[in-house]
Write a protein that binds this ligand. Structure first.
Ligand code: SF4
Ligand code: SF4
Length: 186
């Protein structure tokens, strides 16, 4: 029985396995090529639309230099890899007139209204070397201020090359170009 299995059944199984493998190879060999010869060829814009690269900030429709972000930190706190760091803006110091008005209101026992901090972030850093592209940050953002980029041709020689200042990126992509200085890396 063992001789029959080794000399007859096993060669038949091996041959069938070879035929199945060749069938798969032949099917893909005959199909239209879906890869490109980078860098001589690049992916067209239509196909890049469905590519999910690192996250990036979305600008306001009327002011593309300003992110929709309201610095709520939900993306940073929900990120399982800890790769997002959002820095909130500080409230501006009250002007002498505001200070005087506040003191007068306080003396009258009225509610004192201090100048509020702007909602847009002072800094927005992404360490893409830690990102697992899970998309949680994109989903939890209450103002749809995050999306996946189509930044497909990323290269770097160190991990630091994948630490992105997303505010700077937003400003560099905005048209017309933004005058505001880019925030520094945190
Ligand atoms: S895609 Fe996931 S891992 Fe990457 S930054 Fe967003 S929440 Fe973090
Ligand atoms: S990107 Fe969205 S979730 Fe993250 S801090 Fe800004 S508003 Fe909040």
């Amino acid at each position: 029985m063992e001789t029959i299995r080794r000399n007859i059944l096993q060669p038949i199984k091996d041959l069938w396995s070879l035929i199945v493998g060749l069938k798969v190879t032949g099917k893909y060999f005959a199909m239209k090529q879906v890869t490109v010869h980078y860098p001589r060829q690049v992916i067209d814009d239509e196909n890049l639309k469905t590519y999910a690269g690192h996250i990036e900030l979305v600008g306001k429709p009327k002011d593309p230099c300003m992110p929709r972000c309201i610095s709520c930190q939900m993306c940073a706190t929900s990120c399982p890899s800890g790769c997002i760091k959002v820095t909130k803006q500080k409230a501006p110091k009250p002007t002498p007139e505001q200070q005087k008005a506040m003191e007068e209101a306080k003396a009258k026992g009225e509610k004192v209204k201090k100048p509020a901090a702007p909602k847009n972030p002072a800094g927005f850093m992404l360490d893409y070397s830690l990102c697992s592209l899970c998309g949680t940050c994109v989903e939890v953002c209450p103002v749809k201020s995050l999306r996946f980029s189509n930044d497909i041709y990323l290269v770097g020689t160190s991990r630091d090359d994948f630490k992105f200042d997303l505010l700077e990126r937003l400003r560099s992509q905005a048209e017309p170009r933004c005058d505001a200085p880019a925030s520094k890396k945190q």
